[in-house]
Structure formats: C-alpha cells, structure tokens
Design a protein around this ligand. Structure first.
Ligand SMILES: *Cc1c(COP(=O)(O)O)cnc(C)c1O
Ligand SMILES: *[C@@H]1O[C@H](CO)[C@@H](O)[C@H](O)[C@H]1NC(C)=O
Ligand SMILES: *[C@@H]1O[C@H](CO)[C@@H](O)[C@H](O)[C@H]1NC(C)=O
Ligand SMILES: *[C@@H]1O[C@H](CO)[C@@H](O)[C@H](O)[C@H]1NC(C)=O
Ligand SMILES: CC(=O)N[C@H]1CO[C@H](CO)[C@@H](O)[C@@H]1O
Length: 943
C-alpha cells in the first residue's frame, strides 16, 4: 500500500537491512510526657485544627489508653567503650570503601564468634512479602522516620512512607547483588553518561519487584489511592532529553538481564530546569529535585580527591626512570551518592553512583573565618560546590566554558578512581584489567577518561606507555550520538593546559603515536595526517574529543543504521580507512517495555498478557509478534480500541487540568513532544497547523462538516540560551490562542502546548496519540526513541526517512507509517540550491508567512527571525523543501483515519511488530559485540 504515502519529492527510503543525645534524665521524660498529655488533651478538643500540625513522635494513636512510659526514643546512657558484657568483644571491622573482596569475606566471616553470627542472622532484615507486612513497613516509616501519624499523614507522607518501604526492599536486594557479583568476580561494565533521565522511581520499583498490586491494596487499607501517591513524586531529571532517557532505559535493561553493571554520573544540585509558560513565553525555574529524595544513599565515607590546575614536574625515581608528577593543584572532593536500580522479575539490583562536589577541607574553613576572611571561607566552599551544581542544557554552546570541562574531568576522574580501586582489590595483574572492566563512553563528554586512565597507569602505577595504552584501548567503547557537525566537541589547548596540564601532555603523546602509525601505513597521504590529528591546527589550537575517543577505544558505535552509515562515510571516513570497518558498528537504540508499556499503559499490557498467556513478553519483547494472530479477533479489536480511547480521555483530562483547554477525545490526536530544536522541526509542524487553520476558515459550512477534527499537541523544553527554539514555543502558544478561541473553528482544530515535558508526562502522552511526529531534517536525528514509545502504544507515525524511523519502517512495514520528505543524500544539494540557484518558495508556505507577517498571531516582529531563517538565510533545515510533501501526507492521514477499521488494523499490526525495539536487545548486542560480559544469575537464597 505504498500509495498511502504522499507523493514525496523523492520516494522510498533505502530499506536494505537493521544515617545522641545526653543521658535522657527523668525530667526530660516528664517534659515529653506533659507535653504529650496536653497535646492529646488539645487534640481531643480541637481535632480538626490540630490535625495538620506536626507533633513529635507518637507511637500510640489512641489517646485514651495511654499509660506512663519512659521515652523510648533516646538512649538512657551514653555509649562508651564496647557494647555488651565485659570480657566479650567482637573484632571490629572497619568498612572499606569498596567492600570486601571475595577472599576477605570468608576470613572476616570466620573471625566472628558463632553466637554473634547467629544473632545477626536471626534479626537480619527481611523483605516484606505480604500486604500486612507492607502496611506495617509504611506505618513504621510514617510514624518514626517521618514523625507523622494517622492524623496528619497526607499524600506526600504516604508517598514517602511507601517509597521508604520499597527502598528498604531494594537495599536488601542491592546488597545481595553486590555480594554476589563480587563473589562471581566477573567482568563488569561501567556506563559513563553525564545524563540520566530517570523519571519517577516508585512506580518502576513496584512493578519491577512485582509488588504493585500488594502495595495498591495495602495503600487502600491505609486510606490512599495508588495514583495519588505515585503522582507525589518528582521526576529525577538529570538529563536534557532522549539520550538521558536512553541511559535510564539501559540501566533498567542491564539489571533486568542480570549484567554486573554500574552507572556513573554527576549529582546535579539542579537538574534540568522546570519549564513554565508565561504569556506564551518559556520561563525557566530551578528544579530543587534533591529536597527530599528517598532513593539515594549518601556515602560520606566514599570520597575521592580530584586535582585541578597546578604544574607537572619530571623527576627521576629510585629506579632511575623519569616520571611525571602533577602537583600544586587545587583539590576538590567528590562524595558518592548511590541509587539502587532494580531489574524486572529478578532480584538483581545494580548501582547508579552519582558524584557530588565539596571543598576538600570540609564544609567551612575556620582558619580563614577566624582570621577575618569571612567571605573567602564561604567562597571556597561555593566554588567547589558549583562543579556539581548545574546540568548544562545541551543545545547551548558550552564550548570554552571552563566549568563544563571541570565537570567532565571531576566526574571521569572520580569514576575511574573508583573503578581502579575496585580492580586493585582483586590483586590481579594489570594485564587482566580489560578482562574485568569494560567502560562505555556515552558521547564525547567522558572522553577525558581515556588520558586519565593512561595517566593512572603510567604515572601512578608505573606501567610502560605501550602496555598502558593497550589496556586503555581494550577497556573503552565509544558511542557516537550526534549527527550535527556543530555538536562535535572541542576544547582549546590553552584551557586544557591550564586546567589539566598533565593530561594535555598525554593527549599530545597519544596523538604523536597515532600519527606515526598512520604515516607508516599511509606514507603518501599527507592531508590525511592533518585530517585525523586529535589537535586541530586552528587559532587557538583545539583538541577534537571525538577523535580522541575513536583512537582510545576498541569499538565505536552509532545508534541507528542510517546514522552508523553516515559516520562511516563522512566524519569518520578516514578512521575507517586507518582501522578498517570492523572497529565501527551499529547498535540500534531501544526502549524499556517495562516503563513504556507496562507502567505507562497497564491496560494494554494486560490485554497482551491475556492473549499470550503471561507477562513474559515484558522480558522478551519479540513475543509480541504473536498478537498479530488476533488482528481480526473482534473482542480483541474492541478492547484495543477502547484502551486507546480511555488513554485519550486521560490525556484530555490532563490537558484540561494543566492547561485549561477543553479538547474532544474523539478528535485525532496529533502529538509532537521532544526537545525544541530547529532540526527536529517543530516549526514545520506549526506552519502546517497554520495552513490547516486558514484552509478550514475558507471552507463552506458543508465542507467543514467533512473535516476530520484534530488536536495538535506540542511539548518540550528549549535550551535557555537557544533563542530560535524559544521563538518556536512562543509561536505555538500564539497560534493556540487564536485558533482555540475562534468560534468558527470549534472542535475542528485545537492547539495545545503542554508545559514542562518530562518522563512522567511522557508516560501519559505516549499511550494517547493517534499520530506522532518525528519529522527531523533527513540525516540529523541520530536515532530518536520517542517514535518507538508511540508505536509500541498503538499510535502511528508521520516521519522523515531519518534515524530510527527507517528501522521502524522496516519492522512494521511501509504501509503502517507515513513517510514524507527529502532523503539524507539530497540534503547537501538542496542546501546548495537555496543559495546558488533560483529558489521558488512553496506558495502554501508563502501564504503562512504572509499571515504571520500580517500580525494575526501577534507582533510579527517577534517571528521575523524565524521566518527569515527560511526565506532569506538558506533554510538550513529544509522546511520549505519538505512543506508540500508534509501537507499532502497529513491529508492522507485525515483520510486514513476516517476508515477506523483499517486504522485499527495498522496500529495492532505495528504493536505486534515492535519486538525489535526493546533496550534488552540493545544491551545484549553491546554485551556481546563491545563489552564481552556475561550475566551473573542471582541465586535464590542470595548467598
Ligand atoms: C523519550 C523521551 C525523549 C526522546 O524523545 P525523541 O523524540 O526521541 O527526541 C525526550 N524526553 C523525554 C522526557 C522522553 O521520555
Ligand atoms: C516527602 O517527600 C517530598 C519530596 O518528594 C518532600 O517535598 C516532602 O516534604 C516529604 N514529606 C514528608 C511528610 O516528609
Ligand atoms: C548483605 O548480604 C550478605 C550476603 O548475602 C548478608 O550476609 C548480609 O546480611 C546482607 N546485609 C544486609 C544489610 O542485608
Ligand atoms: C549520552 O549522551 C547524550 C548525548 O550528549 C546525553 O544526552 C545522554 O544523557 C547520554 N546517555 C545515553 C545512554 O545515551
Ligand atoms: C558527538 C559526536 O562525536 N558526534 C559525531 C558522531 O558522528 C558524526 C558523523 O556522522 C559527527 O558529525 C558527530 O560530530
């Protein structure tokens, strides 16, 4: 049915392949007693007014039956000396930062007397298994940890109580997992990503440990609705968008598949800003996500000192060898915070370690304070803390910003120190390092880990250059994410020289060795040396991080086929020539079906499970193909359709609540939610909406009756410094104001901009789309993952032949996707044509521009730069070239949607064929092709 596709400028995409108190005296107890007495007295008199004041700890909620009891919360005597009867002491074991190694565990265990071991074992904390046990845990946490009671336990306290109950569970499993992985002593993978867009954790934890129903019933007994409790949680937004989300999906899959894995990132004081729309403009508000986060454990004993600045001195050591010492720098301390990451249907619980920065001399410098330098004593602290303060928005030009480079090094150095420390525990030879450790560099941000490991090996551990370098190369893998050449990360040589003098020397040495190798193998190609050199001979000289990443790792992968092909034929072409094609590979991105189907769309997940006999498809998504057999089953079809409608009603209610706009859930829901960026082309979408608006206005009443009603839903954040993207948001809101208030239009068209798009909103939006837009300029989107989320939830896609749209098409069939627009290979020619040949603006788009200029949507001056980027400045993203094809394709969509039966068949078929896009498949591919790691299967008793 390829006639369903618009007559695009070009046709079919190439679809070839795939933790005191003084002795508490009686008087203190009396005070508390008197206090409690009066408190309860008052409570009896004035219950409604007191119900919300926070009291002290209360154990007995029934005031009548109280008897005098000593305070139980404070110790009667000070603890001094050994606890327990005199003469019996237990060997004191000090906790070590990396835990005990496999041999240590056995000897430590043997050193503890039998009786004590038995006592510990007897009272060892158990995981709750029943509804009663769960309720007991929640009540205990609400009453003691939170110091609240039945009288003032609001939803927020209920959430915190529930979260803490689940956290306890995760801690138990997490401890077991870490012990087991240490015993197994296998290779581990360390995933370095500056961003982890985790979203909410509670719902995910409940589903992954298979206790959501138990918790739901338990909460109901305590008087709370599950949905209200879940919605109390704030998103952990340590990322900008898709890619941060991907890292989170990866962690989920790694744990689910029992791979021994750790994630390393920064603990930003402020995650991605919260977006508010004021008068149609985006306003950024800080997100204090850390105010109370039950999911993290501060590890104040796990710290690493990180050095910056200073100088390098060459000395001769005792052995007569010349070594480099990096000294006199400024020291900042990294403190670890751990967050447990539970797998689905397994007890494996991995670790995400976040580093927070603080001044190395502790909180506050009293020497400086006492000597009168009040401000300076605070300033040092603040300066150290800024390192982990903010998450950089990824679209602003962060190049040249020293703080950003500091962040990168701080995070790489702390993580590597941790990894090396863990490895050294095993007392294995250095040559074994690559057999025990795989480090994945997500994008170029962690590239400094390469010279850092080399530095540790040669300067600290005393290895020879070549041996060290071979270990480095075998350890790292690099994932290249962006396709936009301007996103190629570079740092100026003077900046690195100033901040990391030793590293710059190492980078130069790496480059020298590399170029020598190239020269030897390609003696006649002089230009090649200049092209592949890590150092760009510009003013000032720059270090090309991507090249350093390619040279320092054994595998480089792209994230979608088209993308991987592009890498090989464009920017890394020379490297393919030097290293051969085997070093370059593709791992097509995926999403976790636990969050993006089971959690976001429980009813659909249930329907599928009812047909497949179990929820096994959640851990083996390829089983989805079996539902294709039900494509003609009437009852199945009806339920499928009802689910979609119910999800649309849920979104419509959310839109009403959040934005105050009433939309009809029977309309076609057309959604584009993702970061706002010119290459993602939200402008193309809104121009299309404007076109549709005027088309409807010009129709006769009879013609209007035939129009398919639509709701165009937008959402996404623009980087604070990205002016053009903010203009697009403003235009969407202005158009919405006009269209939504036009009585002539009514339900035929509504335009909604949903504020503050984040993971938990995505969970409501994705299951509710009829059509979603993934319309980036061909060749610009590395992959895209929201396209997968939408299709998996029974929505169709309108998209360009770009990123993962191509693989989605291959899997679900061309007849089930609406592709349009120019192809990647024609982009260069088209851009050229805008400047050097006669270019004719599409008349429909011209009309749209004329209306905007006329002021229909408010002050036209506001939008002139947006319009002119297309009309006068070469239309870099080819909006005008793809406009007609885009409009025509939307016409096809309107027609296709009228035939609900056929539409339903398409959506069911598409869901059935989405098995390939699980992040589990993706992780298995990485494990096999790049990391060479094996799962560690949890044993049931956990020993
Ligand atoms: C999945 C997801 C994205 C990625 O969207 P793309 O369309 O692939 O760019 C961005 N933000 C959030 C919150 C997501 O859940
Ligand atoms: C519960 O946690 C939230 C953060 O999620 C916090 O804002 C709130 O104050 C906490 N409530 C209680 C009762 O501790
Ligand atoms: C951690 O795991 C070990 C080994 O399984 C077990 O003996 C110990 O009791 C556990 N500790 C906690 C706090 O669960
Ligand atoms: C990887 O890097 C990207 C791109 O810079 C970043 O946004 C994201 O959070 C990271 N995670 C993953 C798995 O890609
Ligand atoms: C960040 C990064 O390394 N991206 C590169 C990935 O490969 C493309 C080539 O297709 C480069 O242009 C990017 O800069």
């Amino acid at each position: 049915m390829s006639d369903e596709r618009a007559a695009p400028n070009k046709h079919s995409p190439r679809l070839q392949r795939r933790q005191h108190s003084s002795p508490s005296a009686l008087s203190a107890s009396c005070c508390i007693f008197l206090f409690l007495f009066f408190f309860f007295f008052f409570l009896l008199l004035l219950p409604p007014f007191f119900a919300s004041k926070p009291p002290f700890t209360m154990a007995a909620p029934a005031p009548a039956a109280r008897e005098r009891k000593p305070s139980t919360s404070a110790p009667i005597t000070d603890f001094q000396g050994p606890v327990g009867p005199p003469g019996i002491s237990r060997p004191k074991h000090k906790r070590t930062v990396t835990g005990f190694g496999p041999q240590d565990i056995k000897s430590v265990e043997a050193s503890i007397p039998e009786g004590q071991r038995a006592a510990w074992k007897k009272f060892s904390v158990k995981e709750f298994k029943t509804k009663e046990d769960f309720e007991k845990e929640v009540v205990r946490h609400v009453e003691t940890t939170l110091a609240r009671s039945i009288f003032n336990c609001d939803e927020s306290a209920a959430y915190n109580g529930t979260a803490l109950a689940f956290r306890d569970r995760l801690v138990i499993e997490w401890n077991k997992t870490q012990q087991q992985q240490t015993y197994a002593d296998q290779k581990r993978v360390y995933y370095l990503s500056l961003e982890f867009l985790m979203g909410r954790a509670l719902d995910n934890a409940m589903l992954n440990v298979g206790m959501k129903d138990v918790a739901k019933d338990g909460l109901a007994d305590l008087g709370f609705r599950m949905e209200d409790v879940i919605s109390q949680e704030r998103d952990a937004a340590l990322g900008n968008g898709g890619l941060g989300r991907l890292a989170a999906c990866f962690l989920d899959s790694l744990a689910t598949l029992n791979y021994p894995a750790w994630g390393y990132a920064l603990r930003y004081r402020y995650g991605i800003f919260k977006q508010e729309i004021v008068d149609g403009y985006q306003v950024e508000v800080p997100d204090y996500w850390l105010d109370f986060n039950p999911w993290e454990f501060p590890r104040h004993d796990v710290t690493v000192d990180i050095q910056f600045y200073g100088g390098v001195r060459k000395i001769k050591n005792e052995a007569g060898k010349t070594v480099s010492v990096w000294e006199n720098g400024e020291i900042v301390t990294a403190v670890a915070y751990d967050a447990p990451v539970p797998g689905y249907g397994t007890s494996t619980t991995n670790n995400l370690r976040l580093w927070s920065s603080k001044a190395s001399h502790g909180e506050f410098d009293f020497t400086k304070f006492n000597s009168g330098e009040y401000e300076a004593s605070v300033a040092d602290q603040q300066r150290a803390e800024t390192i982990s303060a903010v998450l950089y928005p990824n679209d602003s030009l962060e190049r040249g910003k020293e703080l950003r480079l500091k962040q990168q090094y701080f995070w790489c150095a702390a993580s590597l120190f941790d990894i090396v420390r863990r490895f050294k525990k095993s007392k294995k030879a250095w040559s074994e390092f690559p057999n025990q450790v795989a480090i994945q560099l997500n994008d170029t941000h962690p590239t400094l880990a390469i010279p850092e490991l080399q530095r540790i090996l040669i300067d600290v551990e005393g290895l020879e250059w070549d041996e060290a370098w071979s270990i480095v190369q075998k350890t790292f893998g690099y994932t290249n994410h962006t396709v936009l050449p301007e996103a190629l990360e570079k740092w100026s040589v003077p900046l690195i020289q100033h901040l990391l003098p030793r590293h710059l020397q190492i980078i130069y040495d790496i480059n020298l060795n590399f170029l020598t190798y190239v020269e030897r193998n390609f003696p006649k190609d002089r230009d090649l040396l200049g092209r592949v050199s890590i150092i760009e001979e510009s003013q000032p000289k720059m270090v090309r991080m991507a090249y350093l990443a390619v040279i320092g790792s054994h595998k480089v992968n792209g994230v979608a086929e088209l993308h991987s092909d592009l890498i090989k034929t464009t920017i890394f072409k020379d490297f393919v020539k030097i290293y051969g094609p085997d070093k370059f590979t593709n791992v097509t991105n995926g999403i976790t079906p636990r969050r993006w189907l089971h959690q976001s769309n429980p009813r659909l997940s249930k329907l599928i499970a009812s047909k497949l006999g179990s929820y096994e498809f959640l851990s083996d998504l390829t089983l989805l193909h079996k539902i294709e057999a039900y494509v003609d089953d009437k009852a199945f079809r009806k339920e499928f359709q009802d689910i979609k409608f119910a999800n649309k009603v849920r979104l419509a209610n959310f839109i009403k609540e959040a934005q105050g706009i009433t939309v009809n859930p029977a309309s076609l829901f057309d959604v584009q939610v993702k970061r706002i960026h010119e290459y993602k082309r939200q402008q193309l979408n809104i121009f299309g909406v404007i076109h549709r608006y005027f088309e409807i206005k010009e129709m006769s009443p009879a013609e209007r009756k035939k129009v398919q009603p639509r709701v165009s839903i937008f959402g996404g954040k623009a980087a604070p410094g990205y002016w053009m993207a903010k203009t697009i948001i403003h235009l969407v809101n202005q158009v919405g104001k006009v269209v939504n208030n036009d009585p002539e239009i009514g339900d035929l068209l509504k335009v909604v901009f949903l504020e503050d798009y984040n993971v938990s909103k995505a969970e409501i939006i994705c299951p509710a789309s009829d059509i979603s837009e993934h319309i980036s300029t061909a060749g610009t989107e590395a992959s895209g993952t929201s396209n997968m989320k939408f299709v998996l939830n029974g929505g169709l896609v309108i998209g360009t032949c770009d990123g993962a749209n191509i693989e989605i098409t291959r899997e679900i069939g061309e007849e089930n996707i609406f592709l349009f627009g120019n192809l990647a290979e024609d982009v260069e020619d088209l851009r050229h044509a805008h400047f050097y040949s006669e270019f004719k603006m599409d008349p429909m788009l011209q009309r749209v521009f004329d209306e905007i200029r006329s002021g229909v949507f408010g002050d036209a001056g506001q939008f002139s730069a947006l319009v002119n980027s297309i009309v006068e400045h070469g239309d870099y993203y080819l909006v005008s070239d793809d406009f007609k094809s885009y409009i025509d394709t939307h016409k096809l969509i309107d027609e296709a949607y009228k035939d609900q039966e056929t539409w339903l068949t398409k959506t069911i078929t598409s869901v059935a064929r989405m098995g390939f896009f699980s992040s589990d498949r993706c992780i298995d591919e990485y494990a096999e092709m790049i990391w060479n790691i094996e799962p560690v299967k949890p044993t049931s008793n956990g020993a």
